[in-house]
Ligand binder design. Sequence first.
Ligand code: HEC
Ligand SMILES: [Cu+2]
Length: 351
Amino acid sequence: MKRLTKWRLIPLLSVLALVLSGCGEPFISTLQPAGEVAEKQYNLMLLSTAIMVGVIVVVVLIFLLVILKFRRKDDRIPKQVEGNHKLEIIWTTIPIILLLILAVPTVAATFNLGDVDEMDKKDSDALVVNVRANLYWWEFEYPNEKIVTGQELVVPTDEKVYFNLKASDVKHAFWIPAAGGKMDTNTDNVNKFWLEFDSKKAEEAKNLFYGKCAELCGPSHALMDFKVKTVSRAEFDNWVKDMQSVTEPKQATTASAQQGQEIYNQSCIGCHAVTPANTTPEAARLAPNLTNFGDRTTIAGILDYNEENLKNWIKNPESIKPGNKMTGAYGELTDQELDALTEYLMSLKIQ
Ligand code: HEC
Ligand SMILES: [Cu+2]
């Protein structure tokens, strides 16, 4: 029976190996750092792993040496030794040295990665993004550019992007695994950090990184994903200009989309906005901003972007993200109304 229990570990380990084999994608892997922050953290991981493996190897070697060489061979009692100054000094200093090797770069990196002085300077031209986490969606506000977007963060490559992180309801955590470690978003304080996206690495990831909520927040926590679109500085400036130019809701051009817009104005406008102004108070921003919904790569952060998924989402958001805050907000819509809404929403492009 005992032997059987031992063998049971093998399928478990192979499943684990299978799961881990999914960790190698450049758009989500911590092990394929995509920028300065991730790189530094990755190097610290390598350093500490190397030290730990080194310690294990040395200890195992000494252990083997001892049990082989000093095995009891007869009944004689070996020479009794009590204390050895030299040995004691050696095994005290080595760990101290190892800890120092670990501590110096770690503390240096901690201060460097937490250095957000630049964003608080007056007249600084650093790019700042205010991230607001909500059950189960993300809002990204660019305070200096005076625009707001939802679910998809757009950032320029090869420069520091500074983040102010907070939550509107419960604790969440903001995590772009390929770009750096996670940080909590809280309701009662603002956490700050910066990330950088390397243009070459971004290209390998097809300029689309995956982001996640990394703090258990409710039944749809695992579905609280977002995407990060990386673009060059020039493209970013264009994107900002295009967003800023939408000061009035975009008018539908076809009859069907017009009907969709009317339904939108009746049933959806209470929560969703189609202009990106950050002048609306936060408390009134109850749902993802849809100004550039037509440019999204996903619907609600998790579904592939297509008409069918969009209709399914509007028809029954609860079946897709249990406990989300759109459920039950309006009555049932006919298929024809859904067609019209879908056409209207998908026409909301800025590029
Ligand atoms: C009570 C507020 C509320 C109302 C009213 C509402 N929604 Fe939503 N909507 C939300 C919230 C909250 C989310 C984010 C859900 C999530 O991802 O957890 C959302 C998400 C969405 C999304 C996905 C957005 C994205 O960026 O991927 C679409 C599309 C959408 N709603 C369309 C509609 C339409 C169409 C209507 C009107 C028929 C509507 N909503 C009415 C609150 C609302
Ligand atoms: Cu969460």
